[in-house]
Write a protein that binds this ligand. Structure first.
Ligand code: PAF
Length: 282
């Protein structure tokens, strides 16, 4: 596996593959890789001829007081895992390579409306940071397809829209959330959980499932279902950011005849902000 940190070297390698007719699959990450990332890699390898992974902890998507400084940076271990997994190229640029003129004057990409709700409301500017860096990574790598985890459901929709609106000729593939055996969605931030919190954490996914079952059984008072789920989670020890039932297409509130729904939750357990979701059909 090539480990590259310069854009020109990255482009030269990708151009060479492209000349040889290879299909390039990109998996953007912030590193501290777990099995969920490796699942994205495996899917990328199935769908493409060459797999490029990027590791970049993007300062632009972290707000003030968030965990940018303490976000785990484990490049050596990550590179080893990716090399074992048969990844062709790891691109791990420095902040100055991605933002050569600094972050303050950086042109930014805003995907309106969908970026302002849910995680975007709690983390103002977060999705501008995500859309901007993903557009840059798309531009650096120029892949044919790019893969993202469905755990970050809102992020996936933001990236799909950005790709459509800016006419990137890239297929966006969402990959099902990878879970621990007890249901907890794998996340780099699970490492922030204490042992006790780790025991409680799977309750989030259990409550998502319970809510989906209620709705599929015919319960139609969404506000009531949401508020009883919120109470259950609070009693367990979660500090709720949001817990909401939305429609899949645009994350707006469901209308009477909407049948493709998603339950989205974000909640703190101690220092860890956990997010999860469950899509279902009524
Ligand atoms: O999901 C992530 O790891 C990040 O938000 C991403 C897509 C790599 C952009 O920095």
């Amino acid at each position: 596996m090539d480990l590259i940190s310069e854009i020109t070297a990255l482009r030269a390698q990708v151009a060479c593959w492209r000349l040889n007719g290879k299909k390039i699959a990109l998996v953007p990450t912030m590193g501290n890789l777990h099995d969920g990332h490796l699942k994205l890699v495996a899917e990328a390898q199935l769908r493409g001829d060459r797999c490029v992974v990027t590791i970049f902890v993007n300062p632009l998507q972290f707000g003030e007081g968030e965990d940018f400084d303490s976000y785990p940076r484990t490049l050596d271990e990550d590179a080893e895992k990716l090399s074992q997994a048969g990844v062709d190229l790891l691109f791990a640029p420095a902040v100055e390579m991605v933002y050569p003129a600094g972050q303050a004057g950086q042109s930014q990409i805003e995907v309106p409306l969908i970026s302002d709700i849910l995680c975007g409301a709690s983390r103002p500017g977060h999705f501008v940071g995500v859309a901007t860096v993903v557009a840059k990574l798309f531009n650096f790598v120029q892949p044919d397809i790019a893969l993202f985890g469905e755990k970050d459901f809102q992020q996936l929709l933001v990236i799909r829209r950005m790709t459509r609106d800016l006419c990137f000729p890239i297929e966006i593939v969402g990959v099902a959330t990878d879970r621990e055996t007890d249901g907890l969605a794998r996340s780099s931030r699970n490492g922030y959980l204490t042992e006790d919190e780790r025991q409680l954490a799977p309750a989030l996914y259990a409550v998502l499932n319970a809510v989906a079952e209620k709705l599929q059984a015919g319960e139609d008072d969404l506000a009531d279902v949401e508020s009883s789920a919120i109470n259950t989670l609070k009693e367990i020890g979660f500090e709720l950011d949001y817990f909401t039932i939305r429609r899949v297409a645009d994350l707006e509130l469901p209308q009477q005849d909407d049948v493709e729904l998603v339950i989205l939750a974000a909640a703190y357990l101690g220092r860890a902000r956990l997010i999860d979701n469950l899509t279902f059909t009524l």
